[in-house]
Design a protein around this ligand. Structure first.
Ligand SMILES: *[C@@H]1O[C@H](CO)[C@@H](O)[C@H](O)[C@H]1NC(C)=O
Ligand SMILES: *[C@@H]1O[C@H](CO)[C@@H](O)[C@H](O)[C@H]1NC(C)=O
Ligand SMILES: *[C@@H]1O[C@H](CO)[C@@H](O)[C@H](O)[C@H]1NC(C)=O
Ligand SMILES: *[C@@H]1O[C@H](CO)[C@@H](O)[C@H](O)[C@H]1NC(C)=O
Ligand SMILES: *[C@@H]1O[C@H](CO)[C@@H](O)[C@H](O)[C@H]1NC(C)=O
Length: 672
């Protein structure tokens, strides 16, 4: 036997503590790459694999990484030696192929399978990193096969040693991108998936069930005045930074893609249900811990007021970033879950699909404080997850109602004080809007209507603009649902009155116009609302006209609570007139004929010429576009061409008998 090998093995045997053994690893690495006798290579490898002191329990990722590095680095050194003539006297005489085979032989029955994954993974990744061409394809193929076999067996035997599955996760995560499709398909995803979910969300090397978020509360103290401080030197902040730097968490993206890939491929569909439930459990803990944390009591818009400099610039952003990464990872996994639900008949069954959809929505709700803050809601993955789960669940009436009941606002009929509760209300309203078609009239009235009611209060705080919009959308969806004719009739007068008072604050011009137009369309004959309240349309138009008499022509201020991007600045008066014009296409012909000249009159009450022109433009569009049906369009054409409409719009009211065919008169395309 090689003398230095004999010395090394003796030292390994003699070491009593893990640290003593670990100190020998650099020597072992060096030696491994330079031994020229394949039996010696195998012998050393076998010792490194079976020497228990190198693998103290419970198994930790950092230790796994050290062993992995031995093989990874040995390969790099072997290659360098071969390529560098100056190292001729040092280098191993074995060919790369012989050397690899000798190392792999050392992964024998004396050591457990999970350790073998570190060895094979180290070899594969090292060759890959150097783009090494001398590794023959058949050998590479064998390594890949061996890695997958060792991983599968290790996962099967994972209960033999606590946390040994971490090694498999570590290696598969790194080597997955370089495995061939054939070998990827051989991975036992059914064994890998639960292990991954557990390691990521629950384990001591992962997110640890998120309980540490609550512990921040203890370290957050009032510093000066009304400001709070969460210091950099607190235990909880150190914990957060430590978690963030863990290897599973610092690359949460790749881990979640691996998890998503497992979901795409598992054979037992119940594992998908299991994983979704586990993530839902995690999300619930996350939400509870966040509430226990004082930092959740500051509305994100007011954080600068309530948190001090150190907190807003140093500690809090770190926590938020970790939460954001967590949220992203969750959505990537859920996207695969819903993808499977859509195309796997077992999962799409009536016994499974609504449950998975409901759990997904619970996860979105529990993490809404993160996604809302970061605007992740508009990302395509989030939209897919959200939309698909609403779509699936809303096919099941009982389960949908049950879900809405479980996420109902804490205090129905009141705007809660805690910003987190208001956020949940926003989630509730945004979600409930999509269930109005199947919710029973009773639920619509008692739960949905009452949940929305406090947020349509026209005296409300305009900073809650986003929730106001959501509440109005729910109201409109309730009255629009065919089964709700009675609910609609009961609430319409209240709603119309509130709506008109809600503009220009708290509603934006866009939302106001949308709501008025929707209501007038719903009140059009032959709807049930028109039967019970035949004057509704005329009343609304009259109210708008009355409002215009006193309305200001100053431009509306920007509302900080909602995004008004893309909206043109307009005055209150102009918006009221535009609302009248929006309604024309839903009026029955006699009312339309009455309102065309009235709209033209109102146009000439506008003093600001640029706004007047915008309204005029909108009127032409309404008359000439496809918005009107054929009969209404005919009526508009008649008014425009032979009853003075054109001149009325252009020049104001004209005496009836004048000659209308003035030169330069405006045209619009007649679609008849
Ligand atoms: C709260 O913080 C103090 C020190 O700031 C510490 O001694 C105590 O253990 C903490 N309590 C909890 C429950 O974390
Ligand atoms: C953190 O630092 C401040 C001073 O900067 C000190 O007063 C406090 O005791 C320190 N807290 C801990 C937990 O070390
Ligand atoms: C997983 O693999 C990727 C590369 O594919 C790497 O960037 C990341 O750090 C790995 N994660 C862990 C936990 O090892
Ligand atoms: C989910 O999607 C629906 C429909 O696109 C949307 O109205 C709702 O606001 C979304 N929910 C959340 C929480 O983003
Ligand atoms: C008229 O309205 C436009 C916006 O459409 C605005 O920019 C302008 O300042 C207004 N003019 C007056 C005199 O108020």
């Amino acid at each position: 036997m090689d003398r230095s090998l004999a010395t090394l093995l003796r030292s390994l045997q003699a070491s009593d503590y893990p640290d003593d053994s670990l100190r020998l690893l650099p020597t072992a690495t060096n030696l491994l790459s330079r031994l020229s006798n394949s039996l010696n290579v195998t012998l050393l490898t076998s010792h490194l694999m079976s020497h228990d002191l190198l693998y103290p329990q419970p198994i930790e990722l950092s230790r796994c990484r050290q062993i992995f590095s031995v093989f990874y680095t040995a390969v790099l050194r072997l290659i360098e030696d071969k390529q560098n003539p100056a190292r001729e006297h040092l280098r191993s005489h074995l060919s790369v192929g012989e050397w690899v085979k000798a190392v792999v032989h050392g992964a024998d029955d004396k050591s457990p399978r999970w350790r073998h994954t570190l060895l094979i993974g180290g070899l594969l990744l090292a060759f890959q990193s150097r783009n090494f061409e001398e590794l023959r394809p058949d050998l590479r193929n064998k390594l890949e096969a061996a890695l997958v076999t060792a991983s599968n067996l290790a996962l099967l035997q994972k209960d033999s040693e606590p946390n040994c599955e971490l090694a498999v996760i570590f290696v598969l995560n790194h080597s997955f991108p370089i495995l061939s499709h054939y070998h990827r398909a051989q991975v036992r995803y059914d064994l890998l998936l639960p292990v991954l979910v557990d390691a990521t969300f629950f384990s001591r090397e992962g997110l640890e069930q998120a309980y540490w978020i609550g512990a921040v509360d203890n370290d957050t103290r009032q510093s000066s005045g009304q400001r709070f401080n969460w210091p950099v030197n607190s235990t909880s902040f150190r914990k957060v930074t430590e978690i963030k730097s863990r290897s599973l968490i610092s690359a949460l993206g790749s881990l979640s893609r691996l998890t998503a890939c497992c979901i795409d491929n598992v054979q037992d569909p119940m594992l998908i249900v299991y994983s979704t439930n586990k993530i839902a459990e995690f999300a619930r803990n996350l939400a509870t811990s966040w509430r226990q944390n004082k930092l959740s009591e500051a509305d994100p818009r007011e954080e600068a007021e309530y948190l001090d400099q150190e907190t807003t610039s140093k500690t809090f952003p770190v926590l938020l970033q970790l939460l954001r990464d967590t949220m992203f990872a969750t959505v990537i996994i859920l996207r695969s879950v819903l993808g499977r639900v859509l195309c796997d008949p077992n999962l799409a069954s009536d016994t499974t699909a609504p449950g998975v959809a409901m759990q997904t929505l619970h996860i979105l709700r529990d993490t809404y404080f993160i996604s809302h803050r970061f605007g992740l809601i508009s990302s395509s993955q989030y939209t897919f997850v959200n939309f698909t789960s609403i779509d699936i669940l809303s096919r099941y009436q009982a389960q949908s109602e049950n879900f809405l009941e479980t996420i109902r606002p804490v205090e129905l009929g009141r705007i809660p004080l805690h910003p987190l509760d208001r956020l949940y209300d926003l989630f509730f309203l945004n979600t409930a809007e999509h269930f109005t078609l199947i919710a029973s009239p009773r639920l619509s009235q008692e739960l949905l209507f009452n949940a929305a009611a406090p947020y349509v209060d026209p005296r409300g705080d305009p900073r809650l603009g986003e929730i106001f919009e959501a509440a109005h959308s729910v109201m409109l969806a309730i009255v629009a649902a065919p089964q709700n004719a009675e609910v609609a009739a009961n609430n319409m007068p209240f709603y119309v009155e509130t709506l008109l008072q809600s503009f220009p604050r708290p509603l934006t011009a866009r939302q106001f116009r949308f709501a008025v137009k929707s209501i007038v369309r719903l009140a059009a004959p032959p709807s049930k609302i028109a039967v019970s309240m035949p004057l509704m349309q005329a009343v609304i138009l009259d109210l708008l006209r009355e409002r215009m008499e006193h309305a200001s022509e100053d431009l509306l201020p920007h509302n900080p609570g909602v995004s008004t991007e893309g909206d043109q600045p307009l005055s209150e008066k102009a918006v009221l007139l535009l609302s009248v014009i929006d309604c024309l296409s839903s009026l029955p012909i006699p009312l339309l004929e009455e309102w065309l000249p009235l709209a033209a009159d109102l146009l000439h009450t506008m003093r600001n010429s640029s706004q007047k022109q915008q309204c005029q433009q909108r009127l032409w569009e309404t008359l000439s576009d496809d918005e009107m049906d054929v009969d209404r369009a005919a009526s508009c054409v008649a008014w425009w061409t032979s009853r003075g409409g054109r001149e009325h719009v252009k020049f104001g009211e004209q005496p009836e008998e004048q000659d209308y065919m003035m030169s330069g008169a405006l045209q619009f395309d007649n679609k008849l």
